[in-house]
Design a binder for this molecule. Structure first.
Ligand code: CP
Ligand code: NVA
Length: 306
């Protein structure tokens, strides 16, 4: 069996591949906006396995796959044998014999790694406790589209050092930009869990305002990620001072973008004024999930097409 190419974490792609994907994304998005058919994945099937809730990830993969001429099948833990203890390795053996590509949203990264090791087809990470690589692909594409190259720029991450934060940190190593992270004490980045190669592109700030100073992107995420609900009360207390508000946006660069993977909680990690304000790129970020993932699906299944 030839080992398929997976996208399990951001570092599964190198800078050259990301540049190619962004070029394809531009082309694919442009055709979509002109209502021009692009069906390179006709007769191909994507299986999507969800162990956690989703709006954007499900919709962007499902619509995206259909727009590429293929079809998408939604499975969740509740009504498959995975929810009744079928080993993930067995599920991978079977599922990957009936489709061309698999997307999984699950808990520990180890689960998706085990699935991928037993899969005959490419596996894409649609979010794990540790990473959310498809999100950062879309976020960086959005920045490049609106502001130009990300190399040498500064991203301020305010809040929890979660899956989205870890993925920004990995991307910074690959694409050579900097991430200024500010978390409350006790919620700091764990370098090993983030899968960091080194620390050259990452700086920790105790003061969130200092992290945001002169940043090109200010970004945050929910205080309590899926799977951590039991900690919600303590987190709401601990994260009070890690809210992105207009004072924080004012210390960033005047042309800084505000980003959030969504769903957001106005009044917690971000004020309504910021997320609904002129610097917010959140809707375009969400829309670009679909366009970047279409380029990714095409690449994982067909390789470089031009
Ligand atoms: N940002 C994101 O992945 O959203 P969903 O949880 O709605 O898929
Ligand atoms: N960090 C959030 C992202 C949701 C898209 C979570 O894991 O719940």
């Amino acid at each position: 069996m030839i080992t398929p190419k997976h996208f399990l974490q951001f570092k599964d792609l190198n800078a050259d591949e990301i540049a190619y994907l962004f070029e394809r994304t531009r082309w694919i998005k442009d055709r979509f906006q002109r209502y021009e058919r692009h069906w390179p994945l006709a007769d191909r099937t994507l299986v999507m396995i969800f162990e956690k809730a989703s709006t954007r990830t499900r919709l962007s993969f499902e619509a995206g796959m259909q727009q590429l001429g293929g079809s998408a099948i939604y499975l969740n833990t509740r009504d498959t044998q995975l929810g009744r203890g079928e080993p993930v390795e067995d599920a991978a053996q079977v599922i990957s014999r009936m489709c061309d590509v698999v997307m999984i949203r699950t808990f520990e990264q180890e689960i998706i790694e085990r699935f991928a090791r037993n899969s005959r087809v490419p596996v894409i990470n649609g979010l794990t406790n540790e990473y959310h690589p498809c999100q950062i692909l879309a976020d960086i594409y959005t920045f490049v589209e609106q502001r130009g190259p990300i190399r040498g720029k500064t991203v301020a991450w305010i809040g929890d050092s979660n899956n989205v934060c870890n993925t920004w940190l990995q991307a910074a190593e690959i694409l050579d930009f900097n991430v200024h992270v500010s978390t409350p004490p006790g919620y700091e980045v764990e370098a090993e869990r983030a899968g960091l190669y080194g620390t050259d592109h990452f700086e920790h700030f105790t003061d969130p305002m200092e992290a945001a100073r002169d940043a090109h992107i200010v970004t945050t995420d929910v205080w309590t990620s899926m799977g951590f609900e039991a900690e919600n009360e303590a987190r709401c207390r601990d994260f009070q001072d890690w809210q992105v508000d207009s004072d924080m946006m004012r210390v960033a660069r005047p042309d800084a973008l505000f980003m959030h993977c969504l769903p957001a909680h106005r009044g917690e990690e971000v004020t309504a004024e910021v997320i609904d304000g002129p610097q917010s790129a959140v809707w375009e970020e969400a829309a670009n999930r679909m366009h970047t993932q279409k380029a990714l699906l095409e690449y994982l299944l067909l390789g470089r097409v031009e």
